[in-house]
Write a protein that binds this ligand. Structure first.
Ligand SMILES: Nc1ncnc2c1ncn2[C@@H]1O[C@H](COP(=O)(O)OP(=O)(O)OP(=O)(O)O)[C@@H](O)[C@H]1O
Length: 980
């Protein structure tokens, strides 16, 4: 773009910003000022305005915050401690050491800064995975656009669950909005086009909507008056500042440990001072050595490395389809013990197709092109009329799309335009009443069409359509309907009942839903198949092996859910179905007892509030709970669960906002994959802690030997050498360990207890007591070997100018290079905690190989570049001396392989605590395969239900329940089973 054109756009933007119309002026005037109409803008005009007004996004002020962030890296307690050490070194005359420590501080700060920026960017980039959408009317046609492309003058369609993405004035309809993001007010308020507020504060105006708020109910059309930084949200400067990233519990824990270790390092440094003096060091040398030890052992690089590992976890998760909103979610995911999942769309594909219908006349399978009796035509027509989905525009609930498809299949296609033309009122689907009703004009009079959960429709129905005529619905009919629902549901089908009620000519549609949904005429049932996602069964099996319990919390029928659950393997150790009514009647202690039994539970016909209660109960039991949800009402449960999981495709904006993790593919398998990723990241953090901690021992032991020998043994390591390890050779391999692939068996262990510390005693024992100790022995061996083969005897002088000086320098070089080589072995050993390295591939972490190559190159420079010899006290090694250290990595790594193999064989000998998972229960066979057998009774026979449970679980009459049980007994007897 030429600079002139850019200037013009800039001026136009400025003008647009200052000359925005008053959103509260009369509508006609507002339309004129915004140069728009209720039909919205044309696409071309919208595109033009986008260049003028710019994208509808908040621009972060104060983008240049990096100088401050960098400065912070120099002022945190550990950096200050190091600076103090440098000062001390300078005063004691060790200038080179002081400079070296300053270099340590500088490099560490830069590294930490880069790591934290990367972590932040990883989290920020997540927004790209979930572009916010908005529905607009452009040139009279509804369509979905990315919210950043909204412009003033656009006509917005706002529906329940939508995030409002621009400031707008309501044109028609009314909505409940949650203003909490803007005003802090947590109770939703009602906003309607009917209200006109032209005075008072803008935020209080009852006919305006604001960007950043969310619609929690209702439906409305509104015209956009301001976008981007010109919205009220944009004006609130504080909100446009980036909020500080909260520290995760893991980071908090590690920070504390790092500080504790720093204190210990100071203690050790101070304690070594008198020892060094006693061993004959000068005060300056003793001080500088104590300082060196301190600097080497302060784990200042640990925290940023952990942050980066978590961020890498976040990035991997996003690539796998799970977008998490904070770093801490990664560690929480790893300790998940219970997943509460819904059914539709998560376990199943959410691609519905009507496969059977029930009419008073008959139950019809709908394979192929059915012959359509009149009642079926009416059923299909009523079901399709009572919808809001629009297949052409590509939006709509799959249940409704299936109903529209059914209507088209039987020759009663219901085009959305015609449906909208005839529509007089709509009571949208409400998950509490589980019904939806519309009032539509047919041949000059209003007809009410209802559809919903069969038991709800049945309880509001008084008549039944039977061969084209309406007759009274008898108790026997009701029982037959319940039977039919059970039959269809036991095959895993989702069953909806459809009803209607024509109003008297001239009668207006009822204003209240309770009036509309009564005295209905039941037309029939539609049953639709929604196949389980193929990958779910494997994920469930994986979750079970990983000790995770999966409960289903669904709005659907218990039998449908149970059949689907069985198909995917949920309930392998017993399954219970609890309906919403049963749950409501259940006290907290009974709920706790139920959840404590280890069985998997199907919570059917639940309300969104039930989810909250289940989440609470599970958390109170000490579980770490991942809970899915997609509706507005699910938001509280999503917030309450440890990991609230929202659906990126089908869920509402409100649920996505409340969730910790959003699935871009809505798939259950992704939750399990995310748990695995969480476990992997956490384990990797442990791996590099083992690695980083282990070098302390070979660094401290030489000094101890020197001090205890009372001067007869020369100092095996110089301070500068220690610093070179701390900074030059250890950093990159540690980072690479954070990206290690999952160890086999990671998902075969029970979840990590929530309160378990990241640094366990066993880790320290392995790091210090095993890997570190072996390294110390090896390097001391190498040191003495080099000294003695050069003719040294205890007590011989080795200082500058003596005959043994070169031998001494070569010996310290061997000791130093020995540590570098031992750390390479340690890095390979730390890659797995239990498994043999072969199981994940010896060369499978290219970053680690790169890091080691860098370490080796760095070490070669220090050993062979003469200019560095004076600084580090090193000398070039002969091939024979080099040959001493070459086996070190293999010894350290090999020893740990051996140790792990021993541990594995010992644990394999122990009895396995968890009983082996039995093969998944066979599927409930469809009726067609068992002629004459009622699938419901087959299911009952297998699960041993009784009449009482039937009454409560399915809401059937006692008479029907008794009949079903009697039937179940007969069938069971025929198969040689016994029903209690
Ligand atoms: N659009 C709709 N119109 C009328 N009734 C519906 C509609 N969608 C669902 N129902 C009825 O309400 C019940 C509950 O639906 P809800 O959406 O709460 O849960 P679900 O989709 O069945 O399952 P899940 O909670 O596992 O996703 C359904 O079983 C069905 O009987």
């Amino acid at each position: 773009m030429s600079s002139e054109a850019a200037d013009t756009i800039h001026q136009a933007r400025e003008a647009a910003a200052t000359d925005g119309p008053d959103p509260r002026e009369p509508l006609a005037l507002l339309f004129r000022d915004l140069r728009t109409s209720p039909r919205g803008l044309t696409e071309r005009e919208a595109a033009r305005r986008l260049t003028v007004y710019g994208p509808n996004a908040l621009i972060r002020r104060g983008g240049r915050r990096w100088p401050r962030e960098l400065a912070q890296q120099f002022t945190h307690p550990l950096a200050l401690l190091l600076a103090f050490a440098a000062l001390l070194a300078a005063f004691s005359g060790a200038l080179a050491l002081a400079v070296a420590i300053l270099v340590v501080i500088l490099l560490n700060a830069l590294l930490a800064f880069v790591q934290e920026r990367q972590a932040e960017q990883a989290v920020e980039a997540l927004a790209d995975f979930l572009p916010e959408q908005a529905t607009v009317v452009r040139a009279g046609v509804r369509r979905q656009v990315t919210a950043t492309t909204l412009v003033p003058g656009d006509v917005l369609v706002i529906e329940e669950g939508d995030q409002v993405s621009a400031d707008a004035r309501l044109l028609s309809g009314g909505v409940e909005v949650d203003l909490s993001a803007l005003t802090g007010e947590s109770v939703p308020v009602f906003r309607s086009a009917e209200f006109a507020d032209d005075s008072g504060p803008v935020l209080g105006a009852r006919d305006l909507l604001f960007s950043g708020t969310a619609c929690t109910g209702g439906q409305a059309l509104a015209v956009v008056t301001a976008t981007g930084m010109h919205t009220e949200l944009g004006r609130i400067a504080a909100l446009s500042q980036r909020t500080r990233r909260e520290e995760s519990p893991l980071e908090h824990q590690v920070k504390r440990v790092a500080r504790l270790i720093a204190v210990i390092a100071i203690g050790v440094g101070v304690a070594f001072l008198p020892m060094g003096l006693a061993a004959g060091l000068s005060l300056a040398a003793a001080v500088s050595f104590a300082i060196g030890l301190l600097v080497a052992n302060v784990p200042e690089g640990l925290l940023p490395t952990i942050t980066l590992a978590l961020a890498a976890g976040v990035r991997d998760l996003a690539r796998r389809g799970a977008v998490v909103k904070r770093l801490s979610a990664v560690e929480t995911l790893g300790s998940t013990t219970v997943i509460c999942t819904d059914k539709t769309g998560t376990l199943t594909e959410n691609r519905m197709r009507v496969t059977a219908v029930w009419l008073a006349a008959a139950e019809l399978p709908l394979d192929g092109a059915p012959q359509a009796p009149a009642d079926l035509l009416l059923l299909a027509d009523a079901a399709a009329t009572c919808t809001t989905a629009d297949p052409e525009a590509g939006h709509g609930d799959p249940t409704e799309l299936a109903l529209l498809e059914l209507a088209a299949r039987v020759g009663r296609a219901c085009p959305p335009e015609q449906r909208e033309r005839e529509r007089r009122a709509v009571f949208r689907f409400d998950p509490h009443v589980k019904l939806m009703t519309t009032a539509d004009e047919r041949d000059g009079r209003i007809v009410l069409h209802s559809k919903g959960a069969p038991e709800e429709v049945l309880s509001h129905a008084v008549t039944l359509l039977d061969h084209g005529t309406e007759r009274a619905l008898t108790p026997a009919d009701r029982t037959e309907v319940v039977h039919a629902v059970g039959r269809l549901a036991a095959r895993g089908l989702r069953v909806l009942a459809v009803a209607r009620r024509p109003l008297a000519p001239g009668q207006q549609p009822p204003a209240r839903r309770e009036e509309a949904e009564q005295r209905l005429c039941l037309i029939g049932l539609v049953a639709m198949a929604d196949p389980p996602r193929p990958e779910v069964a494997r994920s469930i099996e994986q979750a079970h092996r990983a000790g995770i319990t999966v409960h289903v919390v669904t709005g659907d029928n218990g039998l449908t859910a149970a059949a689907v659950a069985e198909q995917v393997g949920i309930g392998h150790r017993g399954m219970r179905i609890v309906t919403g009514t049963e749950l409501d009647a259940m006290g907290d202690d009974r709920l706790d007892a139920l959840l404590g039994r280890g069985e998997e539970v199907i919570f059917a016909r639940t309300s969104p509030e039930a989810k909250l209660r289940i989440a609470d109960a599970l958390r109170a039991e000490g579980h770490t709970v991942a809970m899915t949800g997609d509706g507005v009402n699910d938001a509280p449960a999503l917030r309450r669960a440890d990991i609230g999981v929202a659906m990126g495709r089908s869920g509402t904006d409100v649920a996505r906002e409340a969730a910790t993790m959003v699935l871009t593919d809505d798939n259950f398998a992704t939750i399990v994959a995310a748990v695995e990723m969480g476990r992997r990241t956490y384990e990797n953090i442990r791996k590099f802690i083992v690695y980083i901690f282990s070098h302390a021992v070979p660094e401290v032991v030489p000094f101890l030997v020197f001090a205890l020998a009372g001067g007869t043994i020369p100092l095996p390591l110089t301070v500068m050498q220690i610093l070179a390890i701390d900074l030059g050779t250890d950093t990159l391999p540690a980072l690479a360990l954070g990206r290690e692939r999952a160890e086999p068996g990671l998902m075969d262990r029970p979840p990590r207890p929530r309160d378990e510390r990241v640094i366990r005693g066993a880790m320290l024992a392995r790091s210090w007591g095993f890997l570190g100790l072996i390294s110390a022995i090896l390097i001391m061996g190498g040191y003495f070997l080099t000294l003695t083969s050069g003719g040294w005897h205890p007590g011989d002088p080795t200082g500058a100018g003596t005959a043994l000086h070169l031998t001494y320098q070569q010996a310290t070089t061997v000791a130093w290079l020995g540590i570098v080589f031992c750390q390479i072995g340690t890095a390979f050993a730390a890659r797995t905690e239990h498994a043999s390295l072969r199981a994940i591939g010896v060369l499978s972490n290219p970053q680690l190989l790169g890091g080691i190559a860098f370490s080796l190159a760095f070490a070669a420079t220090i050993v062979y570049v003469p200019a560095l010899h004076r600084l580090f006290g090193t000398a070039a090694l002969t091939p024979a001396q080099l040959a001493i250290v070459v086996p070190f990595p293999f010894v350290v790594w090999g020893a740990d392989e051996l140790r792990r193999a021993l541990v594995r064989s010992r644990t394999a000998a122990l009895p396995v605590p968890v009983p082996p998972v039995p093969a998944p229960a066979p599927l409930v066979r469809p009726a067609a395969e068992e002629p004459g057998h009622h699938p419901l009774t087959v299911l009952l026979a297998r699960h041993g239900w009784n009449a009482h449970r039937l009454v409560h679980a399915l809401g059937v009459s006692e008479h029907a329940a008794a009949e079903i049980v009697a039937h179940a007994r007969r069938i069971a007897a025929e198969h040689g089973h016994r029903v209690p």
